[in-house]
Design a protein. Structure first.
Length: 592
C-alpha cells in the first residue's frame, strides 16, 4: 500500500494549535524534516517521500485537519492533482457514442473535476501539480493507444464540439440576462425549439426574464439550452436538482433522445431512480471525499448501481463501504394503527391566482409522513400551515404542536464559524447524544471550523437538518432535505431522521422528490395533485402503496423493485412490465 498524507486547509488552524503536528512528528528529529511550514499560507506541508504514515499527527491535530490515506499500489499515476497534500483523481471515464454514461459517487470525490477535464475546461496535470502550464499534448501522449487518446486529440484540434451543463444553475442569472424565449431561439442550432420547450414544460416562462426564474425553471432552461445546441459530446452535471418527479422523467426523455441520435452523453446524478432510467452504463467514483477519487471500470447500469448499494466492486475487488444499503420492504401501515399525535380538518388557503385544498387527516406518533407532487402545487404552503408559519383561511389543526420546521431555501444571517452557530442554535449541541445520533452520522465534525457563509449547498443542508433534529418538538417538518446531498448522504439523513423521531416518539413530515429516498423512509404519504401554479389538492395520509399508485397513475409511469437490492426502479414506457402493471393497476410494487 502507498500511504499519503492529506491536509484539509479549511480545517487547519496553526495559530490556534501552535503547530501541534510538527511538535509531535518523529520525523522532524531526522536530518530532513518531515513537516515544514508553507511560507505562502503558514500551514504545514507534509513530505510525501519522508512521511511514514505513523498517524501521530492525525491523532494530535485538534482540528482533525490531517488524514493518512492508504492507496492501493496500482494508484500511483493520478490524472490530476490540486497540490501537495491535496486532492487527486485517478483515471477518467469513457463515453461511448450513442449511449448515456452515468457517474455515481459521493460529494467531494472528483465527479465535477472529471467533467471539467473532459469538457476541456481544465487541462489535467497528470499529477505534476508544480508544473505552471499544462498541455493537452501531454495528456494525449499519456493515453496513447486508448480511446481517450483519440478523444483528447479531437478536442485539441477542435474536431469535436462539447456541450457542458454546469451543476451551478442557480448562478445562471448572474451571467446571462434577457428574455427566456429569445435566448432559446438564439441558441437553437438543431431546429427543435418548439419540441424542447414542450418536452421541458417551458411554455409558461418564455416571456419572462431569466433573473425572475426559480431554481427548477433555471434547471430546465439550462438543459433546454444545452440540447438545442449541436454538439458531439454532452455533459450534464446533476440535471435533476430542483425538479419534481414528473420533470425528472421529462429530462430523462430529453437527454436520452440525444443518445438516440448517436450523440455521446455523460450525466452526474444522485437520484438513483433518475440515474437508472437515464443511463446505459455507469462509472462509480470511489475513494475518500476531499482526499482522492478513483474511477471504476464501466458497468451496466443495473449492475453498477447495485454494486454501489452493496458497497463492493467485484471486478476491482474493492470494498467501498463497510455495509450495504438495505431497502426494507414493509407492509402498509393500517389506517387505525398507532397513537394519534394530532388531527386536522379540511384546510383551505387562497392566494391571488392559487388555491389549496387539503383533505382532513391524522398524524400518528412515531411515524414519517412524506408529501410529494409537482412543483407549485402547494406542498410548501401546507408545510408552513402545519408548522404555524402561515395561517390557513379555513379549517384547523386540532392540537397545538411543538413544531420544528426546516424550510426549503436556507438563508442564515450569521457571519461566523459553524461551531459557534451550533452553540447558539442547536438545543443539545456538545452532548454525547447529539454527537452520536446526529453529529457523527451527518459528518458535522468535518465542517465545525468553516465559516457558515462558505459552506457548500450539501454542507449547509446537513447543518440545517442537524439543527432541526436537535430541537425539542413533537412534529419535525423538512422541506426537500435531500437537495444537494449525494446518494449516501440522502439515505443517511433518512436513517438519522427515523432514529431521532423514534427516540422522541415524535412525527416527521417530509417533502421530497427522490422516489428512492421516499421509499426508504416513508410510513404513510400525502399526494398533491391539481394544476401547478393554479390549484393544489392534497389527499389524507395513506399507506405508501396506495399513495404511490395514485401518484404514478397520474404520471402514467410504473415502478418495480430490483430483485437483488429491493430498490425502486422505473419501468421503460410501454415495456412488458409497464403494460402488465398498468393492466393490473399496480403502478408501484411494494413486494419484491
Amino acid at each position: 500500500m502507498t500511504r499519503i498524507a492529506i491536509l484539509d486547509e479549511d480545517r487547519c488552524q496553526p495559530k490556534k494549535c501552535n503547530y501541534t503536528c510538527i511538535e509531535y512528528c518523529p520525523g522532524v528529529r531526522m536530518e530532513e524534516d518531515t513537516i515544514i511550514i508553507n511560507e505562502k499560507n503558514k500551514k504545514p506541508l507534509i513530505s510525501e517521500e519522508l512521511c511514514t504514515g505513523c498517524g501521530i499527527c492525525t491523532n494530535r491535530c485538534p482540528f482533525k485537519a490531517i488524514n493518512i490515506i492508504n492507496l492501493p499500489e496500482v494508484l500511483n499515476d493520478p490524472i490530476h492533482r490540486y497540490g501537495q497534500n491535496n486532492f487527486e483523481i485517478f483515471g477518467l471515464p469513457v463515453v461511448d457514442e450513442g449511449s448515456v454514461v452515468g457517474i455515481l459517487g459521493q460529494n467531494g470525490i472528483g465527479k465535477s473535476t472529471i467533467m471539467r477535464i473532459l469538457s476541456g475546461e481544465l487541462i489535467p496535470n497528470l499529477g505534476n501539480w508544480e508544473k505552471k502550464e499544462n498541455s493537452l499534448e501531454d495528456v494525449i501522449d499519456h493515453y496513447k493507444g486508448t480511446q481517450l487518446q483519440k478523444y483528447f486529440k479531437n478536442l485539441l484540434n477542435s474536431q469535436i464540439k462539447v456541450i457542458h451543463k454546469s451543476q451551478m444553475v442557480d448562478q445562471l442569472s448572474k451571467f446571462v440576462k434577457g428574455n427566456v424565449g429569445q435566448l432559446l431561439k438564439n441558441i437553437d442550432e438543431v431546429g427543435k425549439f418548439d419540441k424542447i420547450v414542450g418536452d421541458l414544460q417551458l411554455e409558461n416562462v418564455l416571456n419572462r426574464e431569466i433573473e425572475n426564474l426559480s431554481g427548477g425553471e433555471l434547471q430546465r432552461l439550462a438543459i433546454g439550452a444545452s440540447v438545442l445546441r449541436d454538439g458531439d459530446f454532452y455533459y450534464f452535471d446533476e440535471p435533476s436538482s430542483w425538479l419534481d418527479v414528473s420533470q425528472r422523467l421529462n429530462i430523462v426523455k430529453v437527454i436520452r433522445s440525444l443518445a438516440d441520435e448517436g450523440k455521446s452523453v455523460m450525466v452526474i446524478e444522485h437520484d438513483l431512480a433518475t440515474l437508472d432510467a437515464i443511463s446505459d452504463y455507469v462509472h462509480i467514483i470511489y475513494g475518500k471525499p476531499g482526499a482522492y477519487g478513483v474511477v471504476s471500470q464501466m458497468k451496466g447500469v443495473r449492475v453498477g448501481i447495485n454494486a454501489y448499494i452493496n458497497g463492493f466492486l467485484k471486478e476491482e475487488n474493492v470494498r467501498i463501504r463497510k455495509q450495504a444499503i438495505e431497502f426494507n420492504v414493509h407492509a402498509p401501515r393500517a389506517a387505525d394503527e398507532g397513537e394519534i399525535l394530532t388531527s386536522y380538518s379540511q384546510i383551505k388557503k387562497n392566494y391571488d391566482g392559487f388555491s389549496l385544498l387539503v383533505d382532513a387527516g391524522e398524524l400518528y406518533h412515531n411515524e414519517i409522513v412524506t408529501a410529494f407532487g409537482s412543483n407549485g402545487i402547494g406542498k410548501t404552503t401546507f408545510a408552513k400551515i402545519i408548522s404555524k408559519v402561515e395561517k390557513e383561511d379555513t379549517g384547523r389543526v386540532e392540537k397545538k404542536l411543538e413544531t420544528v420546521y426546516k424550510p426549503q431555501y436556507l438563508d442564515y444571517d450569521f457571519d461566523g464559524r459553524v461551531e459557534d452557530f451550533l452553540y447558539m442554535n442547536a438545543h443539545n449541541y456538545g452532548t454525547n447524544i447529539f454527537m452520536s445520533e446526529i453529529g457523527k452520522p451527518l459528518s458535522i465534525e468535518d465542517i465545525l471550523d468553516k465559516n457558515l457563509n462558505e459552506l457548500s449547498g450539501g454542507e449547509l443542508q446537513r447543518l440545517a437538518i442537524a439543527v432541526t433534529l436537535s430541537q425539542e418538538g413533537e412534529l419535525y417538518v423538512f422541506d426537500e432535505p435531500t437537495a444537494f446531498l449525494d446518494v449516501e448522504q440522502r439515505l443517511t439523513v433518512g436513517k438519522v431522521i427515523k432514529k431521532v423521531v423514534e427516540s422522541k416518539n415524535a412525527t416527521a413530515l417530509i417533502i421530497d422528490h427522490d422516489i428512492v429516498f421516499i421509499d426508504y423512509i416513508t410510513n404513510r404519504a400525502i399526494v398533491f395533485y391539481g394544476k401547478p401554479g393554479l390549484e393544489g389538492i392534497a389527499t389524507s395520509p395513506t399507506d405508501i402503496k396506495t399513495s404511490m399508485n395514485k401518484f404514478l397513475k397520474d404520471l402514467k409511469i410504473t415502478f418495480r423493485r430490483d430483485k437483488e437490492t429491493k430498490r425502486p426502479r422505473v419501468n421503460k414506457l410501454d415495456s412488458y412490465l409497464d403494460r402488465q402493471q398498468k393492466e393490473s393497476q399496480q403502478y408501484y410494487y411494494l413486494e419484491g
